[in-house]
Design a protein around this ligand. Structure first.
Ligand code: HEM
Length: 335
């Protein structure tokens, strides 16, 4: 059993319960992923990253939701390829410049680069950007009030970052549950993972453009989607006028506890107070509804399931070793 001596100090009070990583390790001849992968080569890695994440969170807590989303968008091919900047003059844009990734706040990228620079200063060329992104994301989940879970390390960075690969890999805001399931299944994630991971919308914001159709012209009916809680609808329409609104306005995903990583997201869905079509769909669909109901009743159940699903998502398209991956010194450019 591994003991964790990592970023517990980043929050005051007694150490939180640690959610243990699953035992199954990866196969092949490369070193297996493990919690203490860097025990010899960079034993301080989690502490170094924590010093950056805790400082960033204190200065601007919105970095938490921004980084969790960054991790999600990277993870449908989890290899830090989203951190690569497009090359000047190159014909093909990098993943981060795809329209689906345009709203990812710059601060989230900068936070990862900062942590990487600190780690490089102590352990040159040893720790991958993917591992730093995974550790940082876990720190932010925890700093925002969510579970503290162990992170298995030893992933390498991807060599390919192409904007053209993004559209088919990131869910649309008006996707049906069938479409979401198809995408998640194609990544090895199941229906429960879909519902559990969507619970990340317990913090963070959505720009109005993602909900305009839902609140004014659902499926071309010139009416809002039926069933939206009337008070929520009114509030959303105040923030997001049909025409001429400020493009930068955002609305919180979790209308009850917007800044805390908790399970209120599921309770909101039960009250028809989901924000995106895809959020509310999880309660409207009879297949996913029971999962929503069980998570809304039990915060610890959600926390445990979330930690496990994040690990599972983090292993999608896993790269290990020089043949498939690289170990970038600067997360934003190839070696
Ligand atoms: C299931 C399908 C999903 C859809 C359609 C979806 C869509 C969106 C959209 C449209 C936004 C608003 C972005 C903006 O306006 O800047 C957003 C934000 C966010 N998403 Fe998702 N998302 C999904 C699943 C997930 C998953 C699986 C995670 C993580 C595990 C996640 C984490 C987040 C977070 C934390 C934010 C807030 C970002 C911020 O405040 O900066 N989402 N999502």
């Amino acid at each position: 059993m591994t003991t964790i001596t990592t970023s517990h100090s980043i929050v005051s009070g007694p150490p939180p319960p640690v959610i243990k990583a699953a035992k199954n390790a990866t196969h092949g001849h490369h070193r297996k992923l493990s919690i203490d992968y860097y025990a010899k080569t960079c034993p301080e890695v989690e502490k170094l990253v924590a010093s950056v994440t805790s400082e960033q969170f204190k200065a601007a807590p919105a970095i938490a939701s921004a980084t969790i989303r960054l991790f999600f968008h990277d993870c449908f091919g989890c290899d830090a390829s989203i951190l690569i900047s497009s090359k000047l003059g190159s014909k093909e844009l990098a993943e981060r410049d795809a329209s689906q990734n345009k709203n990812l706040p710059i601060e989230a990228f900068e936070g990862i680069n900062k942590a990487k620079a600190l780690v490089e200063g102590k352990c040159l060329g040893v720790v991958s950007c993917t591992d730093i992104l995974t550790i940082s994301t876990r720190d932010y989940v925890h700093l925002a009030g969510g579970p503290y879970y162990e992170v298995k390390k030893g992933k390498w960075d991807g060599k390919i970052s192409k904007a053209s690969r993004v559209p088919s890999n990131i869910p649309h805001t008006n996707a049906t549950v069938d479409e979401l399931l198809k995408l998640f299944n194609s990544k090895g994630l199941n229906m429960e993972d879909l519902v559990v991971l969507s619970g990340a919308h317990t913090i963070g914001y959505s720009h109005c453009k993602y909900i305009i159709n839902r609140i004014y012209n659902y499926k071309g009916t010139k009416q809002p989607q039926p069933n939206i809680d009337p008070k929520l609808l009114q509030a959303l329409r105040m923030y997001c006028p049909h025409h001429g609104g400020n493009e930068d306005i955002v609305v919180p995903f979790d209308v009850t506890t917007p800044y805390t990583f908790d399970h209120a997201y599921y309770g909101n869905l039960e009250k028809n107070m989901g924000i995106l079509i895809t959020d509310q769909a999880l309660y409207l669909d009879p297949r996913t509804k029971p999962i929503v109901q069980s998570l809304s009743k039990d915060k610890q159940k959600f926390f445990k399931a979330f930690a496990q699903a994040m690990e599972k998502m983090g292993n999608i398209h896993l790269k290990r070793g020089r043949k498939h991956g690289e170990m970038r010194k600067d997360c934003s450019s190839h070696m």
